[in-house]
Design a protein around this ligand. Structure first.
Ligand code: GLN
Length: 506
């Protein structure tokens, strides 16, 4: 039951094979059994059961609110949730309880979906391993033969980040879908490393209202599910304009449902030559070639293309990210909300102690360098220059999609499979992000939709994902191609090791 698709669960509800309350209990049970993964910061047990009972009543009366009625979901802890604490995995907000729901959370609740809890992450979404948060690292469910059994804790691997808790929650079958956020890859990276689907929609298609910002001009709510079809259903529910976010745009009139059998003979798949990056593992390269060949054999046009400015994406991202961080973090001063330092000899001293105690080194470091980039004498040289290069990066994509007629780009999502925690933490956060985000970040620069699909297991038995990047606002077409890939790659399971082939958890 826990590894079914959203449609299958809805059908099971309708046929009375399981009730929302029973399903909710199963998920709560499994959350307890997988506690060692540290995927959740807050589990909303009582509220989940209450919402499940309400859903059950609606289903019994035959009036479900929508396709997600009764479906358990999890939310990254940087989305505001009314009366439920929202920490951003930071000491700064460890006791913060928002008075409102983020628009995307509200939309899921309006559909009758059942909130299981808030998930762990890198502090303020700054990171790529979910190793840098105030609540400890998230362990990848694939570290274990059975994620519920931990007698011997092996040398575990990271979940990816910064939405690692959301990815681990979906991969370990404690939620059917989860919200992540994606500024440089934070939904796709953990999606790939945890063997699930991670969608970063086009910028502006989903509201950011209530998503605590990292880089306002690149942030998008992300969707983590076990199948592409599920991601399309959730996208359909979440997309569309929001009066509370002036950057949102109407969803284009397009497919509302993915075609069962997409005809790839009509499409052109671009393979960007610059993505043959240093450090790409043999296993990942082999999968990339395999799927490119699959397209070709099926009659798609597969062409090598060039995105020459992509190589500058990471360095530009750091300038832009740190600058926006410096400005966004200014609101955390201990006065209005969040942590307040003890020192009160002066307002300045209070600010300083609040921010020193509240933020980790990563956040403080980014604020410092961001303020440096924004200094009057540096602004043109760093911030404005990075914005100009950002335009060149976006233009590269436009040329490939518009001029050359490419429909989707096929690339790896990450350089390698998940690293062992002990290896991952040998490098600092900035170095890690630079390595982890090489393939994912450019899509954020250009606001394009991108999705990772699990394709195979590496020699170490860990998932490898491939990324598809589409044209702006062509998210449904992108997902149609992604579903075609998912249906053919034969990934061992859309669920998870230890569950595939074994009995669903009680
Ligand atoms: N790894 C990148 C960073 O640390 C991207 C994070 C994200 O997408 N939220 O900033």
């Amino acid at each position: 039951m826990l590894s079914l698709t959203l449609k299958e669960v809805s059908q099971a509800f309708r046929e009375g094979r399981i009730s929302p309350t029973e399903l909710c209990r199963k998920c709560l049970n499994r959350i307890k059994k997988t506690e060692h993964l540290n995927a959740y910061i807050t589990v909303t047990e009582e509220l989940s059961l209450q919402q499940a009972r309400q859903s059950e009543a609606r289903l019994l009366q035959g009036v479900p609110l929508g396709p997600l009625d009764g479906i358990p979901f999890a939310v990254k802890d940087n989305f505001c949730t009314k009366n439920i604490r929202t920490t951003c995995a930071s000491r700064m907000l460890k006791d913060y309880t928002p008075p409102y729901n983020a628009t995307v959370v509200q939309k899921l609740l309006d559909q009758g979906a059942v909130l299981m809890g808030k998930t762990n992450m890198d502090e303020f979404a700054m990171g790529s391993g979910s190793t840098d948060g105030a609540f400890g690292p998230v362990k990848n469910p694939w570290s274990y033969a059975d994620p519920c059994r931990t007698a011997a804790d092996p040398d575990w691997v990271v979940s990816g980040g910064s939405s690692g808790g959301s990815a681990a929650a979906v991969a370990s079958l404690t939620s059917y879908l989860a919200l992540g956020s994606d500024t440089g890859g934070s939904t796709r990276n953990p999606g790939a490393l945890c063997g699930i689907v991670g969608l970063k929609p086009s910028y502006g298609l989903l509201s950011r209202h209530g998503l605590i910002p990292l880089v306002n001009s690149m942030d998008v709510p992300g969707i983590l599910t076990r199948s592409v079809g599920d991601a399309a259903i959730v996208l359909g529910v979440l997309q569309g304009p929001d009066v509370r976010d002036s950057t949102t745009v109407p969803a284009p009139p397009s497919l509302t449902e993915l075609p069962e059998d997409f005809d790839v003979r009509k499409i052109c798949v671009g393979i960007p030559k610059e993505y043959h990056a240093h450090g790409l593992s043999e296993d990942t390269l082999a999968q990339w070639s395999r799927v490119a060949d699959m397209f070709e054999t099926a009659g798609a046009r597969v062409e090598q293309v060039s995105l020459p400015h992509t190589q500058h994406s990471i360095v530009c991202y750091h300038v832009l990210c740190h600058s926006e961080v410096a400005s966004n973090m200014a609101r955390f001063d201990g006065l209005e909300y969040g942590h307040r330092g003890e020192v009160d000899v002066s307002t300045e001293a209070m600010y300083a102690s609040t921010r020193h105690e509240g933020f980790n080194d990563v956040v403080r470091g980014r604020i410092l360098s961001g303020n440096y980039f924004l200094l009057k004498q540096n602004y043109q040289h760093y911030y404005v220059k990075a914005q100009k290069v950002r335009r060149l990066i976006a233009d590269d994509f436009r040329r490939v999609f518009g001029g050359l007629g490419v429909d989707v780009l096929l690339t790896p999502t990450t350089l390698t499979d998940a690293a062992r925690y002990s290896d991952f933490t040998q490098e600092d956060n900035r170095t890690r992000s630079a390595q982890e985000d090489v393939f994912t970040q450019p899509a954020n620069m250009a606001g394009l939709p991108a999705v990772t699909v699990p394709t195979a297991l590496s020699r170490r038995g860990l998932p490898i994902g491939l990324q598809l990047i589409g044209q702006a606002l062509q998210d449904m077409k992108l997902l149609s191609v992604a579903q075609w890939v998912q249906q053919r790659v034969g990934f061992p399971s859309t669920s998870n090791p230890g569950v595939a082939g074994s009995q669903p958890a009680a």
